[in-house]
Design a protein around this ligand. Structure first.
Ligand SMILES: Nc1ncnc2c1ncn2[C@@H]1O[C@H](COP(=O)(O)OP(=O)(O)OP(=O)(O)O)[C@@H](O)[C@H]1O
Length: 265
């Protein structure tokens, strides 16, 4: 059996007015697993991701990272283990890409020689295909390049775990699958909030389905993206059929016919 890298027990989160936004969520993420957190808007995905990454304290329950309680890890120690790519990173537009990626080295400062540090930054830029843009200012990068820059900065942290909050936002369809392909090739343990269900089966080894603050399904993509679960949680239909040219199955998440009629008639 694989070692659990992340273990969450009975997590709960309640807003001041008493609304429960995370309710008794327990899950484990094994080494090298890529867990997709999916669910409708407001289901609690970002809240769960932030708690698993140690960016937010739960009101109830515990999280351990590599067998140690998250609450006991110092921020720099945590940052050497886990990197977070959030939705709202707004770097200073005048900072060069090289310096921006270099921010990922802060948790390691003083631990390696300058030559080793440069080597790590060069590798992070090369792996994300950004080598040729190293001298460019962050403000001059396209949305897709900025998204990859965030991944490069996270790689510079040399983490064992990568937390991603909707990393494919603002990307065109090809760039979406390229970015997730890149993340999958890293071989790290990954937890990613994803909205585009069509990308989940190829990317994720495991899926956690959230709805109304609860974990309603957790397992492999085939187990969790069943027509019943998808219909109940997202109110869309799952259709699977053979690819017309390739030896693989296509999965389409189709909105209900009644919805499209109402909208376009
Ligand atoms: N700090 C906060 N104050 C008030 N409400 C909050 C706070 N954080 C989260 N919520 C509420 O908790 C619920 C879950 O939010 P969360 O961002 O975790 O959902 P999500 O599944 O990531 O949503 P989305 O898919 O829309 O990004 C939402 O109703 C949100 O408005």
């Amino acid at each position: 059996m694989k070692t659990s890298v992340i273990e969450a027990r009975a997590l709960g989160c309640t807003l001041r007015g008493g609304t429960v936004i995370l309710d008794d969520v327990s899950l484990a993420v094994g080494e090298g697993e890529r867990l997709a957190l999916i669910g409708p808007n407001g289901a609690g995905k970002t809240t769960l991701l932030r708690i698993l990454a140690g960016m937010q304290k739960p009101d109830r329950g515990t999280v351990s990272l590599l067998g140690r309680p998250l609450a006991a890890l110092k921020p720099a120690e945590r940052a050497r283990t886990a990197a977070v790519v959030g939705q709202t990173d707004q770097p200073d537009p005048r900072v060069s890409l090289w310096d921006y990626v270099g921010l990922g080295r802060i948790p390691h400062s003083g631990l390696k020689s300058r030559v080793e540090e440069w080597g790590i930054l060069n590798t992070a830029l090369a792996r994300t295909g950004l080598d040729h843009l190293r001298h460019r200012e962050m403000g001059s990068l396209s949305g897709g390049e900025r998204q990859r820059a965030q991944i490069a900065r996270a790689l510079a942290q040399e983490p064992q775990v990568l937390f991603l909050d909707e990393p494919t936002n603002h990307l065109d369809p090809r760039a979406r699958s390229d970015l997730l392909g890149l993340v999958a090739e890293l071989g790290l343990t990954v937890v990613a909030v994803l909205h585009d269900l069509a990308l989940v089966p190829d990317f994720a080894t495991h899926v956690a389905v959230m709805n109304g603050g609860r974990l309603v399904a957790h397992g492999t993509p085939a187990e969790t993206l069943s027509p019943e679960t998808v219909r109940a949680v997202f109110a869309v239909e799952v259709l699977r059929f053979p690819h017309p040219r390739e030896r693989r199955e296509l999965t389409v998440f189709d909105r209900p016919v009644s919805f499209s009629r109402k909208r376009f008639q």
